[in-house]
Design a protein around this ligand. Structure first.
Ligand code: MN
Length: 291
């Protein structure tokens, strides 16, 4: 018989810090209550850029050229637009409601900035960057991008006819998400109107958490406010969300990757010699070039 998942912690946003000059983020994990680097595996890192109003700037704010290897960066834009360039010659814009799922794999260089038009006008900015670990067998996979617009996401309409589960990766009931993933996981936005109820089910052993992007809601009987992260114990399967106002919640649930982690800066490998090799490869220009 299935039972409710119990909440382990409701985590208040940690003090923000700047990534470059364009991303003011609250780093929910790893660290703090989630000091165990595998606590949310396969999700390794969650940086949350809560709502902020940027003033107009002729020079786009952001973060300059840097490497990544051994994992995927998943960038979700809730407000504002983000531009990126990489050493494989890829370039794109992540618009409001859209997602970029970038597989760094064997290694690349990229840079992430406010999109030029957004930068000139300034305005409301809100985003998430997730780092998703890759199983050892896929750490050296070729870099690639999945640009996922909100129109491409799966959409499961709830009973009130207006609220919906937007499926980015995995599936909600019969509704599939478009992202290809290297290990089993579910990534959704639950976009709920006031009084909507949504029921979610995940295996007990999946690591599961939720970030409240907008509004307030009751999650398995506990009130959770905007910008808070809910960490669930690995017990029980069911989650019920009742929106007490119009709300958005980012839902993460995945099968843990039970492999060693050696994490250093933008490299996420299984062993320290692999980290050292990635640093040498990046310094030797093997990740390509980017101005
Ligand atoms: Mn990056």
């Amino acid at each position: 018989m299935k039972s409710l998942k119990t909440i382990e912690h409701i985590i208040t946003p940690p003090p923000p810090h700047m990534v470059g000059d364009g991303f003011r983020v609250h780093s929910f994990f790893p660290g703090g209550r989630l000091i165990d680097k595998k606590r949310m595996s396969p999700f390794f890192l969650l940086d949350y850029g809560a709502k902020i109003d940027f003033s107009p700037s002729p020079e786009p704010r952001g973060v300059g050229v840097h490497p990544h290897a051994g994992f995927e960066t998943v960038t979700i834009a809730y407000h504002g637009k983000i531009a990126h360039h990489d050493s494989a010659g890829n370039h794109g814009i992540i618009g409001e409601g859209d997602v970029q799922w970038m597989t760094a794999g064997s290694g690349l260089l990229h840079k992430e900035y406010h999109e030029e038009g957004f930068s000139k006008t300034g305005g409301l900015f809100q985003m998430v960057q997730l780092w998703v670990n890759l199983p050892a067998a896929y750490k050296k996979t070729n870099p690639k991008y999945q640009e996922i617009t909100h129109q491409q996401m799966g959409r499961h309409i709830l009973d009130d006819g207006q609220s919906f589960i937007e499926v980015i990766a995995g599936a909600y009931k019969e509704t599939q998400g478009p992202a290809f993933t290297f290990s089993p996981m579910q990534v959704y936005n639950a976009r709920l109107q006031q009084n909507a109820i949504s029921d979610l089910t995940f295996p007990a052993h999946y690591n599961t958490g939720m970030l409240v992007i907008e509004g307030n809601m009751e999650i398995n009987g506990s009130m959770v406010a905007t910008d808070h992260f809910v960490l669930f114990r690995n017990e029980g399967e069911e989650i019920q969300i009742k929106a007490t106002e119009n709300s958005i919640v980012l839902v993460l649930s995945g099968e843990p990757i039970n492999e060693p982690i050696a994490a250093y800066g933008p490299f996420l490998m299984n062993t320290w010699p692999e980290v050292e090799q990635a640093i040498r490869d990046a310094n030797a220009g093997k990740f390509g070039n980017l101005e």
